[in-house]
Design a protein around this ligand. Structure first.
Ligand code: ZN
Length: 235
């Protein structure tokens, strides 16, 4: 007699077969081309990332031939967005936004802080490589935010965590204890930290400011919920 576990496996395999059957549609599996990148507005780019997260949440992700994508992007890349996210293993931008090889730049650093090197990377991704959107992607349960709140000290990590301090300071009047044990406080600081990093990109970079002023670029902050996979944009 088949156990419940066997039924689960059978269901998963059946789902895989169906998914494979409808996959590898050529239009879905070609990474962003130069023409498409040029045609996309910053608002279009944001809409595409939102749609990608919806595909991820509904388990309707594009099922593409990854090596075909490798081959099709070997001669050049035309990503439409840059995601500046945390190194957290639960928040891989390409997966949670259901994007292909060649679709998005991804800069990952603990606490998604925008230090000078990240700002320089953002200038490259947009001004030189044509991306139309920057998303600073914070997330729930962020270890870097927790560490900053608790005043963690460790090697060069100390300086990195200091970049999160303005977000803690901005929430100094928040209720409850201001330690990593207070989930609401951690979430509030993480949200503020993502928003401040997005604002900081424009403040610290004349290149990015100029692109935003000409409406060739949007910079938005967003929060990823590691429990659900849902991404909420702050617009
Ligand atoms: Zn994190």
């Amino acid at each position: 007699m088949l156990s419940r576990r066997h039924f689960c496996c059978a269901g998963a395999l059946a789902g895989t077969a169906v998914s494979f059957g409808k996959a590898f549609a050529a239009d879905q599996c070609v990474a962003t081309t130069q023409q498409r990148q040029a045609a996309l507005s910053p608002d279009d780019a944001l809409a595409e990332l939102k749609a990608g997260n919806e595909r991820f949440l509904s388990q309707n992700m594009r099922n593409c031939d990854l090596l075909a994508q490798v081959r099709s992007t070997a001669g050049g890349q035309f990503p439409f967005a840059l995601v500046i996210g945390c190194i957290d293993s639960r928040v891989p931008p390409e997966l949670v936004f259901d994007q292909r090889i060649g679709d998005i730049f991804s800069a990952r650093i603990a606490g998604n802080v925008a230090d000078d090197d990240v700002v320089g990377s953002a200038e490259f991704a947009t001004k030189l490589a044509g991306a139309k959107l920057i998303v600073v992607l914070g997330h729930s349960e962020c270890g870097a935010v927790k560490g900053a709140i608790d005043g963690a000290v460790l090697g060069k990590l100390t300086d990195l965590l200091n970049r999160i301090k303005p977000a803690i300071e901005a929430n100094r009047d928040a209720p409850g204890e201001h330690t990593s044990k207070n989930k609401d406080f951690v979430q509030q600081v993480a949200t503020t930290n993502a928003r401040l990093a997005a604002q900081g990109l424009q403040r610290d970079s004349e290149v990015l400011r100029d692109l935003v002023g000409r409406k060739d670029l949007r910079i938005v902050a967003a929060m990823h919920d590691v429990a659900s996979g849902r991404i909420m944009f702050m617009e």
